[in-house]
Write a protein that binds this ligand. Sequence first.
Ligand code: 1HE
Length: 258
Amino acid sequence: MQDNFENLIVELKGDILFIGLNRTEKRNAINDGTIAEIDWVFSHLPQKAKCAVLYGEGKHFSAGADLSDLKQRTTMEGMLHSRTWHSTMDKIQFSAIPVVAVLHGACVGGGLELATSCHIRVADASTFYALPEGQRGIFTGGGGALRIPKLIGVSRMTDMMLTGRVYKAEEGYLVGLSQYVVEEGEAKEKAIELANKICDNSPMTNYILTNILPRIEEGGHDVALLIEALAGGLVKDTPEAKKRLADFLEGRAKKVGE
Ligand code: 1HE
């Protein structure tokens, strides 16, 4: 794994790959270089990594797309810029390993699009969510139009963009923007706790959750049930599944909630 990133801090610690947005002077606004580096990381995941934790250095997760990159684009350039984000966000969503996002401060615009490409979002109490694209005279371009309504519904996203509504951390949790909300400053610790649990799972189960479950959801009734049966049949036949099932049946595995 290279270590000369301009916009990120990337470190493998044990089984967990930490990816930090590192443009604090611009509140982690996501420029083309940041997208290219995130894309590179998800195209070259270290084999040892079983889970990734994505966080922002400084006081904010991310202020969204770097607006200085956007202001001079033609229609065609704007469309290609959006397609580049799509491809990178898809690499995160369909990564072989789950990605836990650690949110604090601003999680707005393209920052929210990035966060919603991750599998789990842990927000601390300082987090706020907004889609200022509406006020900037633009639209989402990083897959937010697809992923955000899946979490909160079209009507809430429409309201956020029409009115500039800001959701605070607790409200964001209640509407489904994050799965966890914790005290200020504690989100990374919680994300690591969750990442360690994820690392304990069978890698194949994790892969099914990042790659097959979302396709089941979108596949239509018959195809979805067929894929579920195929994935379930495949994973049950792995030695790891057989061992884990025997561990439970013979009293060696933890019970639910332990
Ligand atoms: C930026 C950006 C940015 C900050 N692009 N430079 N996103 C937005 O519309 C959000 C715009 N940002 C803000 O509302 C605020 O910066 C924050 C609430 C996030 C943080 O406030 P604060 O007081 O901590 O920082 P600041 O003083 O506003 O910003 C520090 C510097 O970062 C300043 O530059 P400087 O040269 O004057 O020091 C800001 O200009 C700069 N900065 N945010 C560029 N976003 C795939 S399409 C997605 C489309 C979108 O994401 S639209 C939403 C864009």
